[in-house]
Ligand binder design. Structure first.
Ligand SMILES: C[S@@+](CC[C@H](N)C(=O)[O-])C[C@H]1O[C@@H](n2cnc3c(N)ncnc32)[C@H](O)[C@@H]1O
Length: 384
């Protein structure tokens, strides 16, 4: 092992993540701060303008729906500026990360070459990604989630980009608060469940999967996703973190696992990247894969809304359009209780699970009220 690699191993929580040079880090921090400025300074001003526009519309008996609000907002120059900056800062994020990843491509490939793996990775050269994945580059990541050139590099871009994208609020470089929180939900609602086989659907680069392996070290853990590069990277990343996980390239809508072959099936923030039809198919597939008494836990962003507020509605539309989130609206307005029950689940609950940095340490708090973004996550769970 070269000195550079062993130094990297000592310096970082997770040694596979691309490490920026001084200049690359400066650029990434600039993008992070630009995103914070756009979200923290410009967006609240837009919310105030929207509130004034809505009051005006109501006072004059005008249409106060999201479409009409958008037309009125478009007359404010700052609205266009906000949207341009929102998109441009996201585009810059990926370009600042991609250049850094490409520079260290050889070193990362070397690190990903695992001599005696605990887990495995299975990719499928004939796999056809679903339409909603192919139609646009989700989150504007160039090439999208399913991009594959036979390397681990798309996964490496997603890993470093994810840490910058989440502004360090999702578990730092491990980016794993969602997975930890999903497992904390299992321990909160189903403390007696001792899963022997666990499946993480839409595992990406395994940030949600490794917490399952850590929380339930005796279980056989599987992760599936649509992108081969992400999965190769996920496998190497899990190995560096000492987790035995079996990754495979499959759509969560229909997998090749046998009926009743899992005790726990879960996902983290996958539905908003699919479609409404796919979400229904994925919930049905979760049910098929669970043995009687097995548990499904599906976690989403804690921003569910009921279309009562035109600004909330419009913000969702803009997020979908300017950050390529194909099913943002569908995922945030779905009636998960009905979808779970229609798929044959019992004891269905929906609510908000308090964010956990380490599942076994809790907090074990699940209730009907959101504690806020990054403080809790929306979760729907049920028993097969
Ligand atoms: C926002 S990422 C979340 C990754 C990971 N679960 C986490 O919490 O960090 C959503 C993932 O779902 C995957 N995905 C979307 N549709 C899918 C499908 N039909 N089957 C499997 N994975 C899918 C995407 O490729 C992406 O990696």
């Amino acid at each position: 092992m070269s000195d550079q690699i062993s130094e990297r191993r000592q310096q970082f929580d997770h040694p596979l993540i691309a490490v920026p040079s001084h200049d690359e880090l400066t650029e990434q921090l600039f993008v992070r701060d630009l995103k914070l400025y756009v979200m923290g300074e410009i967006e609240p001003v837009q919310a105030r303008i929207a509130a004034a526009e809505q009051r005006g519309a109501r006072a004059t008996g005008g249409n106060d729906g999201a479409g009409a609000l958008r037309a009125r907002m478009a007359q404010h120059e700052s609205f266009g500026t906000w949207l341009s900056l929102k998109r441009e800062s996201q585009r810059q994020l990926w370009s600042s990360v991609a250049a850094s990843v490409e520079r260290q491509a050889d070193q990362l490939e070397q690190l990903a070459d695992i001599a005696a793996p605990l887990g495995s990775v299975r990719t499928d050269p004939g796999f056809v990604p679903p339409d909603y994945i192919q139609r646009g580059d989700i989150h504007l990541m160039p090439g999208g989630n399913a991009h594959d050139d036979g390397s681990i590099l798309q996964g490496a871009v997603m890993d470093r980009g994810g840490a910058v994208y989440m502004l360090g609020r999702n578990g730092g470089m491990l980016n794993d608060l969602r997975g930890q929180t999903a497992m904390a939900h299992v321990l909160t609602r189903f403390p007696d469940l001792a899963p022997r086989r666990i499946l993480d659907m839409g595992c990406g680069i395994g940030t949600s999967t490794v917490p399952a392996a850590t929380c339930f070290p005796d279980a056989e853990v599987h992760g599936i996703d649509v992108g081969a590069s992400m999965l190769r990277y996920a496998h190497a990343r899990a190995e560096h973190l000492g987790a035995a996980v079996h990754f495979s390239q499959q759509s969560a809508e229909r997998t090749d696992f046998a009926d009743g072959s899992f005790d726990l099936v879960f996902s983290c923030v996958m539905f908003h990247e699919t479609s409404q039809a796919a979400s229904m198919a994925i919930i049905a597939e979760s049910r098929r894969l669970l043995r009687p008494g097995g548990v499904a836990v599906h976690l989403e962003v804690p921003l569910l809304h009921d279309n009562q507020d035109a600004w909330v509605e419009l913000s969702g539309e803009l997020e979908a359009q300017y950050n390529n989130e194909p099913n943002w609206h569908g995922a945030l307005t779905a009636d998960y209780r009905s979808l779970f029950e229609a798929a044959g689940f019992n004891a269905v609950e929906t609510g908000y699970q308090a964010t956990s940095p380490a599942a076994r340490q809790g907090p074990f708090r699940f209730g009907p009220e959101s504690e806020g973004v990054f403080r809790s996550w929306f979760v729907a769970s049920g028993v097969a």
